[in-house]
Design a protein around this ligand. Structure first.
Ligand SMILES: NC(=O)c1ccc[n+]([C@@H]2O[C@H](COP(=O)([O-])OP(=O)(O)OC[C@H]3O[C@@H](n4cnc5c(N)ncnc54)[C@H](OP(=O)(O)O)[C@@H]3O)[C@@H](O)[C@H]2O)c1
Length: 303
């Protein structure tokens, strides 16, 4: 019934975990079925009865995308077009994941969250490729859900939480950007929302925004990870780390990032009757799951 594309990724693996937990019937694929190759999609989908596609695959290396422009567009635009064409041919409903990086970011001092119909204007190649993918879906399909999210973290994959835990282990001083704001999103919460959309059999198609509640800077995120990890015993009790706020210009990256890209969740909350957790509650849950999975955490931090 469901085809999960990108099941080995950070979000996809969490969606798969939930599909299994709920006993839903699904097929899954990742890189072995290249979304950039329409024939590969047709071959995999042949003879399978598919009602939904959840597309968690994507080119997600934000800085590398500045160089690997063709590859980013091949996956995030052409790959998404292929999935949309296949969905259209087989009358499949597509759930696709996009990003807050389709926006350029509010001016310093503004705290207006972006709504789904606000003007997009990506400022990096990754954002441009993701916006192009959204455009393909809108041109080809009527029955789609595009969910824009931000600052994802979860059990699998590389993310900011693991990066911080590794630095807290290795260093005494960690510098973190304090002038970029957004909302962290726990993959478990987004995966749950994706399945709620499917279970609701909704026909309220279109673009939606989803993150955890609350808006913070990377610096505040880092400080909270430190405090909670310390309390939970994920950092050695005698280890003290100073976390120092720095400006974006003191941490140059290949890709520019929006300064303030909080997403308004009013639409998704209303249409699907959702309650969304605060970012710090979700983070706490994630860190507790790492505490219970200590061996896995240690293997991650040693990499
Ligand atoms: N991570 C974030 O903070 C964030 C924020 C906003 C939105 N998003 C969006 O959320 C979605 C999921 O992100 P994520 O962080 O879970 O991504 P991820 O961990 O990078 O997972 C993406 C998966 O897609 C696979 N893939 C790459 N090229 C493919 C191809 N040509 N055909 C089939 N599969 C392919 C990847 O394989 P390899 O790893 O082997 O390349 C990986 O397993 C993406 O659409 C992303 O743009 C992410």
């Amino acid at each position: 019934m469901i085809w999960l594309i990108g099941n080995k990724g950070m979000l996809g693996s969490e969606v798969e975990r939930l599909l299994k937990e709920r006993g839903l019937i699904y097929w899954a694929s990742d890189k072995e079925v290249d979304v950039g190759d329409y024939k590969a999609l047709e071959k995999f989908g042949k003879d399978k009865k598919i009602k939904w596609i959840i597309n968690c695959a994507g080119y997600t290396k934000v800085d590398k995308a500045e160089e690997e422009i063709d590859e980013a567009f091949r996956i995030n635009k052409d790959g998404v077009r292929n999935i949309a064409l296949f969905s259209s041919k087989r009358q499949i409903i597509l759930i696709h994941i996009s990003t807050d990086y389709v926006f350029d970011g509010r001016q310093e001092g503004s705290t207006d969250a972006y709504r789904e119909d606000d003007k997009t204007n990506p400022i990096n190649m990754y954002g441009k490729s993701k916006l192009a993918g959204e455009g393909e879906i809108k041109n080809i399909l009527e029955n789609y859900f595009i969910i824009r999210t931000a600052w994802l973290y979860g059990l699998k994959g590389n993310n900011f939480v693991y990066a911080m835990l590794r630095l807290f282990k290795e260093r005494d001083l960690v510098k973190v950007v304090e002038d970029q704001w957004g909302s962290p999103t726990y993959t478990a919460d987004l995966a749950d929302t994706i399945l709620k959309i499917i279970e609701s059999c909704s026909d309220k198609f279109g673009i939606y925004h989803f993150t955890n509640e609350g808006v913070i800077s990377w610096y505040e995120f880092a400080r909270t990870i430190y405090k909670k990890a310390k309390r939970l015993g994920l950092i050695e009790s005698n280890k003290k780390v100073e976390i120092q706020p720095i400006k974006t210009e003191d941490y140059p990256t290949a890709a520019k990032r929006p300064k303030y890209s909080a997403l308004s969740k009013e639409k998704i909350k209303m249409e699907f009757n959702l309650k969304i957790r605060d970012w710090d509650k979700a983070l706490e849950d994630f860190l507790i799951s790492l505490k219970e999975n200590r061996k896995y955490l240690e293997s991650r931090l040693d990499k």
